[in-house]
Design a protein around this ligand. Structure first.
Ligand SMILES: C[S@@+](CC[C@H](N)C(=O)[O-])C[C@H]1O[C@@H](n2cnc3c(N)ncnc32)[C@H](O)[C@@H]1O
Length: 382
C-alpha cells in the first residue's frame, strides 16, 4: 500500500474566488527559513538528520535528484551562526538551576523547525518536560502528518522512547508507536506527553458569539491562556522562542505576547531572533525585495537597533518586573565572541567567501535578543 501523500510544506491556498489568501506570503516565509537550513546542512555547515523528514522543498524536482536548495555563502554562514547562537542560549537555559529541575519551551511561529528533535537527541533532553510549537494551521497540518508518518520523529514524543534512525521511513508507523500521540482539530493539532503542536494565529482574532450575530474579540493573551496554561506548569522555568516571527505581527501584538509570558511564569526566558535596520540602505533593499513578494514587516519598524530589541523586554507597557534584565548580540558579535575559532576555521573551508566586509554588514543586521525573569539563565559565555 502506498503511504499517505504528504503535501509540500506550506501549500499556497487558492480560495474559491480564485484569489490567493492574503496570509500566504507570510506562511511562505517558512520555506525561506527551512530551505536556508537545508542548504546549510547539505553543504556541511550544520548537522541535522531531521530536516529532510520535516521539510520538503517546493523547489525540488521530484525523482530527478535536482534540488534548487543551494544558497549563497552569506546566507549559509548566517544560518550557521544563528543556529549556533540560539542553540547556545537554549542549552544554557536547559543546564541552568537545579540539576533535576524540568524546563518548558514554547516555539512561536515554529514552521518546519527541527530544533525540538535536535534537542531530544542530545544528552540534556531529559530536562525538557514539554515543548510546544505554534503556527498557522496551514503549517501545523503538514508537520503533524510528517510526525505521524516518520518513526524517526516519534522517538521524541514520549519519555519512554529513544532515538533510532529507521532505514525504511516510507513504512507506515507501527500501532504501538502510534499510541504515544493523538491528532485532532482536523489534523492540525498533535498532542503527546513531551510535545504539542498547536494551530494558532498569533494575531488578535475575532470570533462570532454563538448566541447572537455580535462579534466577540478574543485577545492573544486569552488565546494563549486557554491553549497553553492547561499544558504548561507556571512554576517551571519556561523559554519562549520567537525566531523570525515578530516582524510579521504588529508591535502591540508582539508586546502582548512578551508580556503574557512574563506575567504567567515565575521564571521565564524570552528569546528573539530577527532582522534590524529596516530603514537603512541595506534594510531598504530587503524591504523592497519583500514587498515584491507581497510581504511587509510591520513589526520591524519600531526596533531598528540592537538596543531597541533588548529594550522591548523592559518596556514599561509590559508592567513592572515582567522581565528584569535583557541582552542582545548581533550575529557578527555571535561570530566574534561565541563561536569557537576551530568551528570558524572548519566552516571557512566549506565555501569561498569573497568579502568579509560584506559578511559583517549582513551579520550586523540580525540580532539575538533575550529577556530574563527570575533565575533561569546563568551564563551565556559572553
Ligand atoms: C520565517 S518563518 C520562521 C520559522 C521558524 N521559526 C524558523 O526560524 O525556522 C516565520 C514563521 O512564522 C509563522 N507566522 C507568521 N505569522 C504568524 C501568525 N500570525 N500566527 C502564527 N504563526 C505565524 C509563519 O507561518 C512561519 O512559519
Amino acid at each position: 500500500m502506498l503511504p499517505p501523500r504528504i503535501p509540500p510544506n506550506n501549500p499556497i491556498q487558492v480560495q474559491k474566488n480564485g484569489m490567493i489568501h492574503p496570509d500566504d506570503a507570510i506562511r511562505q516565509t517558512d520555506d525561506d527559513a527551512s530551505s536556508s537550513r537545508a542548504s546549510a546542512i547539505s553543504l556541511g555547515y550544520l548537522e541535522d538528520p531531521f530536516s529532510k523528514l520535516l521539510y520538503k522543498s517546493n523547489l525540488s524536482i521530484p525523482n530527478s535528484g535536482i534540488s534548487n536548495n543551494r544558497k549563497p555563502p552569506l546566507i549559509n554562514i548566517g544560518t550557521h551562526h544563528r543556529t549556533i547562537g540560539l542553540d547556545k542560549i537554549i542549552n544554557e537555559f536547559l543546564n541552568s538551576g537545579n540539576k533535576n529541575e524540568k524546563k518548558q519551551i514554547v516555539s512561536l511561529g515554529a514552521g518546519s523547525d527541527t530544533r525540538f528533535w535536535r534537542l531530544m537527541s542530545q544528552s540534556n533532553s531529559t530536562k525538557i518536560s514539554k515543548y510546544v510549537e505554534i503556527d498557522f494551521p496551514h503549517l501545523t497540518s503538514p508537520k503533524a502528518q510528517r510526525i505521524s508518518r516518520f518513526k524517526s520523529l516519534q522517538f521524541a514524543l514520549s519519555s519512554n522512547s529513544s532515538y533510532i534512525e529507521y532505514e525504511n521511513e516510507n513504512e507506515n508507523s507501527s500501532n504501538s508507536i502510534n499510541k504515544i500521540f493523538e491528532i485532532s482539530k482536523g489534523g492540525t493539532k498533535l498532542n503527546s506527553e513531551l510535545y504539542t503542536l498547536l494551530p494558532i494565529d498569533l494575531r488578535t482574532s475575532s470570533s462570532s458569539s454563538s448566541s447572537s450575530t455580535s462579534t466577540k474579540t478574543t485577545t492573544i493573551k486569552e488565546i494563549l491562556s486557554e491553549e497553553l496554561l492547561p499544558i504548561l506548569n507556571f512554576n517551571l522555568p519556561t523559554l519562549f522562542l520567537a525566531e523570525c516571527l515578530f516582524p510579521y505581527l504588529n508591535p502591540k501584538e508582539s508586546e502582548n505576547i512578551i508580556s503574557w509570558f512574563g506575567e504567567n511564569f515565575n521564571k521565564c526566558l524570552g528569546l528573539i531572533y530577527e532582522m534590524i535596520g529596516i530603514n537603512d540602505s541595506f534594510g531598504k533593499v530587503m524591504k523592497r525585495n519583500l514587498s515584491s513578494r507581497n510581504l511587509s514587516l510591520p513589526g520591524s519598524e519600531p526596533f531598528p537597533t540592537p538596543k531597541s530589541q533588548a529594550d522591548r523586554f523592559l518596556n514599561s507597557n509590559l508592567g513592572k518586573g515582567v522581565f528584569t534584565s535583557s541582552q542582545v548580540k548581533t550575529l557578527w558579535q555571535i561570530r566574534e565572541e561565541i563561536i569557537d575559532q576551530e568551528e570558524l576555521q572548519r566552516i571557512s573551508k566549506l565555501e569561498i567567501l569573497d568579502e568579509i566586509e560584506e559578511l559583517k554588514l549582513v551579520l550586523e543586521h540580525y540580532v539575538i535578543a533575550w529577556g530574563v525573569k527570575g533565575e533561569c539563565l546563568q551564563n551565556v559565555g559572553i
